[in-house]
Ligand binder design. Structure first.
Ligand SMILES: NC(=O)C1=CN([C@@H]2O[C@H](COP(=O)(O)OP(=O)(O)OC[C@H]3O[C@@H](n4cnc5c(N)ncnc54)[C@H](OP(=O)(O)O)[C@@H]3O)[C@@H](O)[C@H]2O)C=CC1
Ligand SMILES: O=C(O)C1=N[C@H](C(=O)O)C[C@H](O)C1
Length: 274
């Protein structure tokens, strides 16, 4: 495939754990061309992102200037920005990409429901496709589908998510999305059985609007894991997904880059494009 017909992709957060994996995945995809590598590390500016990611030189220097990179990508036409940065700046970064007509694929978690609604309105007005994907792993989508089925039969459910201790946000975007999906099957879960007292504040986890408790574990050694536990008299049904390596997210990242191109609005969740 000639370089001109490849999908131009910018990676924002290119030097991070996910960013490096994504740079390697794009370098190995015949129909994609990495055109920009943005990160906030000043000391890395000008260094070849391919060398940093460990896939050999790609002749794409790291920059901290997202806006200039978006302008350059816009001029390439049909461009995509994959964002894997930090919750603090994600809303502004996605808005900027949409404003420049560069389609965002957002792996970064931590956007609020209100921010997602606002971004959806902005993308719709601009007629620019945008994907917000809290989890790119197919196994997680299958776990969510199984949870939706179980929710038809169980009224009691709790979510336990376990991650490495460098994770900035809690609970995970995946846990929030799972709770939101469950609520579509049943408006409320976990009818109270007794008056509960927390002698240690937070022991019962955080409770979503749907009444689903989410417990967040952070430990070195973990990557990304989630359990959805359903309970009924005499039985517990547990669904579990373990991401052992970030390579598991890459097929979903590449699929999202391809699927965002023809879209004219925002979709939330990998299940929407499978
Ligand atoms: N959707 C999915 O399937 C997955 C999503 N994630 C999400 O992706 C995000 C990144 O995770 P991970 O790679 O582990 O995190 P890392 O901290 O390893 O990587 C983030 C990178 O982005 C840089 N960065 C932070 N803020 C900015 C900014 N405003 N502009 C440019 N670069 C920035 C960081 O620099 P510095 O180190 O200096 O802070 C770092 O290099 C998280 O929100 C995480 O939840 C993670 C895995 C899977
Ligand atoms: O920070 C991570 O690592 C991950 N974040 C995402 C989330 O918050 O759900 C996806 C995955 O769990 C890994």
């Amino acid at each position: 495939m000639s370089n001109q017909s490849k999908i131009p992709v910018v990676v924002n957060g290119a030097m991070g754990r996910m960013g490096c994996e994504i740079v390697k995945a794009i370098a190995g995809a015949d129909d994609m061309q990495l055109v920009g590598a943005v990160d906030r590390k000043l000391e890395a500016v000008g260094q070849d992102i391919g060398e940093i990611a460990g896939c050999g030189p790609l002749e794409i220097p790291v920059t901290t200037d997202l806006e200039a990179t978006l302008v350059m990508a816009q001029s390439a036409g049909n461009a995509v920005m994959v964002d894997v940065t930090h919750p603090a700046k994600i809303y502004e970064q996605v808005r900027a990409a949409i404003a420049y007509g560069v389609r965002p694929v957002v792996g970064t978690t931590g956007l609020t429901s209100e921010q997602i609604i606002e971004l959806a309105e902005f993308a719709e007005k601009a007629s620019v496709g945008c994907l917000i994907i809290p989890n790119f792993a197919i196994g997680v989508i299958l776990m969510q589908q199984a949870a939706l089925k179980a929710a038809e039969y169980f009224d009691h459910v709790e979510i336990i998510e376990l991650h490495h201790n460098r994770k900035a946000d809690a609970p995970s975007g995946t846990a929030i999305k799972t709770a939101q999906m469950l609520q579509e099957v049943k408006p409320s879960f976990n009818p109270p059985q007794v008056d509960e007292t927390e002698t240690l504040q937070g022991s019962r986890g955080g409770t979503t609007e749907e009444g689903i408790n989410i417990h967040s574990v952070r430990l070195p050694g973990l990557v990304a894991h989630q359990e959805v536990m359903f309970g009924a008299p005499g039985q517990v049904y547990t669904l579990r997904h373990d991401a052992m390596d970030r390579v598991c997210f890459m097929p979903g990242v590449l699929l999202s880059i391809r699927k965002v191109l023809p879209l004219k609005s925002l979709l939330y969740g990998l299940d929407k494009i499978l």
